[in-house]
Design a binder for this molecule. Structure first.
Ligand code: ADP
Ligand code: MG
Length: 334
C-alpha cells in the first residue's frame, strides 16, 4: 500500500493513521520500546506495548506523549517514521502528512514536529492543533464566525476549546482523562475491597461498566485481583454506580475547566454554544451518560460525536482532502 497523503492523530494513548480513500489503517498504542543504555529504538506501537511487563531490565517501554506534550525529538521522529513507512510502503513517493499536536504547543515544538516528520519521510508536513481537528472530525463547521465548543477526553489529557473562524478562541488542557480514570478505579477497588488490580483490568472495568452518573439499572462486572492482606487471588463483583461515584471528582474537575473556558470566551460565542450545545470527542467520550453529566453540571446540551475515538484522525483526513482550502485558513494559525 502506498499513500500520497497521510493523516496522523498522535494521541497520548493511541496513534491513529488515516489515509484518504483507504480509511483508518493504523490504530496502535503510542509506545516506543528503547534499549538501554544507548536508547536504541527496538519497537514501536503494538509490538512495543507487548513488551511491557515482560521486558528485561535493559529495555524500557516509553510513552513519549504521557502528559500530552511531545517530550523527545528523537523518539517523535522514530514514531513518525514507523507510522509513515507502515502507511506508505513501498515508498516510491513521499507523502504529504497532517499531524495533530496539543493545543498548547509552542512555536519551537511545532517546528520540531515538522522537521521530525520531514526527516521521517514526509514531503510536506502540516501540524494542526488537536481541538481544531477534533471539531472538524465531529462535523463542526469551523471556519464560520460562530462559536463551537469541543471537549476532547483522551488518555492523558482532557482539552476544552472554543473554536471559531478556524482558530482557537479560548482553551484549557487538564491532565485528567482516561489514564487517571483507570488509576482512580484501581485506588477505589484497593481501598474498598483490599484488592489489587492492574491497569489493564481497571481499564476493562471502565469500558465495560464505567458510567458518569449513577443509574437505576446497574451494570455489574466480575473481576479477579490479589488480596492486599493474604496475597492470594480473590474475586469480587462491582457495579456501575460505584464506578460513577469514584469517577465523580475527576469529572467535576473537567466540568470546572469547561466553566473556566466559558468565562474566557466572548459573550456572543457563549451564546452560540448555549444554542448549539457542546460536543465531546476522544475515547473518554464513550463513558456512559457523559453527555448527561455535563448537561447537568453546566446547563448546556452536550452531545457525543459519532465515533469519538476517530474524530481527530477524521479531521486530519478532511484537511488532506482539501489541502488547498485549509492551507489558507488553518495552517498559518498559531
Ligand atoms: P489519546 O488521544 O490521548 O490517545 P484517545 O482519544 O485515543 O486518547 O482515548 C483513549 C482513552 O479512551 C483511553 O484512556 C481509553 O481507556 C478510553 N476509552 C476507550 N474506550 C472507552 C469506553 N468505551 N469508555 C470509556 N473510556 C474509553
Ligand atoms: Mg486524541
Amino acid at each position: 500500500m502506498f499513500a500520497k497523503k497521510i493523516g496522523i492523530d498522535l494521541g497520548t494513548t493511541n496513534t491513529i493513521v488515516f489515509v484518504p480513500g483507504k480509511g483508518f489503517i493504523i490504530n496502535e498504542p503510542t509506545i516506543v520500546a528503547l534499549s538501554l543504555p544507548d536508547n536504541g529504538v527496538l519497537a514501536v506501537g503494538r509490538e512495543a506495548k507487548d513488551m511491557i511487563g515482560r521486558t528485561p531490565a535493559d529495555i524500557i517501554a516509553y510513552r513519549p506523549l504521557k502528559d500530552g506534550v511531545i517530550a523527545d525529538y528523537y523518539i517523535t521522529k522514530a514514531m513518525l517514521k514507523y507510522f509513515i513507512s507502515k502507511a506508505n510502503h513501498p515508498n516510491f513517493f513521499k507523502p504529504d502528512v497532517v499531524i495533530s499536536v496539543p493545543a498548547g504547543i509552542t512555536q519551537t515544538e511545532r517546528r520540531a514536529v515538522i522537521n521530525a516528520a520531514r526527516e521521517a519521510g514526509a514531503k510536506e508536513a502540516y501540524v494542526v492543533k488537536e481541538p481544531i481537528l477534533a471539531a472538524l472530525g465531529a462535523d463542526i463547521p469551523i471556519n464560520n464566525h460562530s462559536g463551537n465548543m469541543i471537549i476532547n477526553i483522551g488518555g492523558g489529557t482532557a482539552e476544552v476549546a472554543v473554536v471559531s473562524l478556524g482558530g482557537i478562541v479560548s482553551w484549557s488542557s487538564l491532565r485528567i482523562a482516561g489514564n487517571k480514570f483507570d488509576q482512580t478505579i484501581m485506588d477505589y477497588i484497593k481501598k474498598t475491597y483490599s484488592l489489587v488490580i492492574g491497569e489493564q483490568t481497571a481499564e476493562a472495568v471502565k469500558i465495560e461498566i464505567g458510567s458518569a452518573i449513577p443509574s437505576k439499572e446497574k451494570l455489574e462486572f466480575q473481576l479477579r485481583g490479589r488480596d492486599v492482606v493474604s496475597g492470594l487471588p480473590k474475586d469480587i463483583t462491582i457495579n456501575s454506580n460505584e464506578i460513577a461515584e469514584a469517577l465523580n471528582p475527576l469529572l467535576i474537575d473537567i466540568a470546572s475547566s469547561v466553566q473556566s473556558v466559558f468565562n474566557e470566551t466572548p459573550a456572543e460565542l457563549v451564546a452560540d454554544i448555549m444554542e448549539k450545545g457542546i460536543i465531546i470527542s476522544g475515547g473518554g467520550a464513550q463513558l456512559r451518560y457523559i453527555g448527561e453529566f455535563f448537561k447537568r453540571m453546566i446547563g448546556v446540551e452536550t452531545y457525543v460525536a459519532e465515533e469519538p475515538l476517530f474524530c481527530v484522525a477524521k479531521g486530519a483526513g478532511l484537511i488532506l482532502n482539501h489541502l488547498d482550502v485549509y492551507k489558507r485558513i488553518l495552517l498559518n494559525k498559531r
